[in-house]
Write a protein that binds this ligand. Structure first.
Ligand code: DX5
Ligand code: ZN
Length: 220
């Protein structure tokens, strides 16, 4: 089973103090920084672009796990890679038939390539892409905002993916994103997930280090 990684999402950080927020996440034991890029087209909200990734890059040595909730994500991939992204995750729904090529192009930029699927998107039809992706992001909420409730039925999709990877002898990361709390994180891990995204749960916590440790303890 792949190593459990806690990836707080800066979507829930104070955007007016983002440098301090990522420095605090690193101090408090995060493994990755999950960066939710929203373009106002793929989802209604606009969050930030590659300039924010460049700024965050100067404040932490942690890998930057960039989640591109964008139409035509490839158009900006090089910009994000040059800004310091460690991994770029693109939505299957945004790439359509171009998903395989998108992953290849992300790899050619020298960064990890992830595929994200929204709650209503089945894995059927993208298995061939999972063979070259480094990570699958199973959205446990509809993309577009933090602080939503985890959609239970998405756990089965993570399990399906874990079985697919195991049958292929591939130790790939499966990330889950949206609505993860101390109460449900054990079930998320049991479903086969090893990269835990948590925005609201971490940033609303009175003690971030304690909450990150709690998420890790409950996934041992
Ligand atoms: C949705 C975002 C959120 C965020 C985590 O588009 O991707 O899921 O990362 O949100 P919460 O606050 O639910 O952990
Ligand atoms: Zn995300």
């Amino acid at each position: 089973m792949n190593k459990i990684q806690i990836a707080p999402s800066i979507l829930s950080a104070d955007f007016a103090a983002m440098g301090e927020a990522v420095e605090a996440l690193e101090r408090c034991g995060a493994d990755l920084i999950h960066c939710d890029v929203m373009d106002g087209s793929f989802v209604p909200k606009i969050t930030f672009g590659s300039d924010m990734i460049e700024a965050v890059r100067r404040h932490t040595s942690l890998p930057l796990d960039v989640h591109l909730m964008c139409v035509n994500p490839l158009a900006k991939a090089e910009e994000f890679a040059q800004a310091g992204a460690s991994g770029l995750t693109v939505h299957a729904e945004a790439c359509g038939a171009g998903l395989l090529q998108a992953l290849r192009e992300i790899h050619s930029l020298g960064v990890r390539a992830g595929v994200a699927v929204s709650p209503d998107t089945p894995l059927q039809g993208i298995y061939h892409c999972l063979e070259i992706a480094d990570m699958l992001l199973v959205m446990s909420v509809y993309p577009g905002k933090g602080g939503q409730k985890l959609i239970e039925r998405t756990l089965a999709k993570a399990t399906e993916a874990r079985r697919f990877f195991e049958s292929a002898g591939a130790e790939k990361d499966i990330e889950m994103d949206g609505g993860i709390t101390e109460e449900n994180v054990a079930a998320v891990k049991a479903a086969g997930v090893n990269v835990i995204v948590a925005g609201n749960t971490v940033f609303r916590a009175p003690d971030m280090a304690k909450t990150i440790a709690e998420l890790r303890d409950r996934t041992r």
